[in-house]
Design a protein around this ligand. Structure first.
Ligand code: SF4
Length: 188
């Protein structure tokens, strides 16, 4: 089975063409996966049912689940998410200040670099996060900023768990989704 959120826009186009569908179906798929954050193919109401059924046979949508959050005195939120496969835990943080609203997100489960001051380094490296798992954190933190502080995000840093340059491909792809028009449309 293909993790459909690992496919680039071009790869989605190749997939739709393979099934005899027009190119614009790939844009619709992309929009459902990223702008509308669909967690199942059933939600994709403007895509023909017959095509959705075909995709469902070969692909799935991955996601992470928020399971815990804490708010500190300085109004920072720390959120814990569980992955669906081996129930690994990763964390993201919302940091509000008078001039910025920053999301700090994770790129790996654990980390291989063992920096002496860092608790994540002590866990060792478990695996890279997928594109979908990275973007899901951001969507959650963005919604939290809007509901708690009535503000959008101004900054995003990949300084949570893991070294982002060691998960380069997925990190780059997540940035493309966060900044694209059919994605979250966050300023590059
Ligand atoms: S998460 Fe960052 S600070 Fe921690 S061990 Fe990895 S690279 Fe070092």
């Amino acid at each position: 089975m293909i993790n459909i959120r690992q496919l680039s826009k071009e790869e989605l186009q190749t997939l739709t063409e393979k099934y005899g569908e027009k190119k614009f179906r790939a844009n619709q798929l992309y929009e459902w996966l990223w702008k509308k954050n669909a967690s199942s193919f059933d939600q994709m109401s403007n895509i023909p049912l017959s095509f959705r059924k075909k995709i469902e046979e070969i692909a799935y949508i991955d996601s992470i689940e928020q399971i815990h959050q804490q708010k500190s005195k300085d109004k920072t939120f720390k959120c814990t998410f569980k992955t669906t496969d081996e129930h690994q835990l990763v964390e993201s943080v919302l940091i509000p200040t008078s001039i910025r609203m920053t999301a700090c997100i994770s790129s790996q489960v654990g980390c291989s670099l063992s920096c002496k001051f860092c608790a994540t380094g002590k866990l060792g490296f478990k695996r890279n996060l997928s594109v979908g798992e990275i973007v899901d954190q951001l969507v959650y933190i963005k919604n939290l900023a809007e509901s708690e502080y009535q503000q959008g995000l101004t900054n995003i840093v990949y300084m949570g768990m893991g070294e982002p340059l060691l998960n380069y491909k997925n990190v780059l792809q997540s940035i493309e989704i966060l900044t694209s028009k059919e994605g979250l449309e966050i300023s590059p």
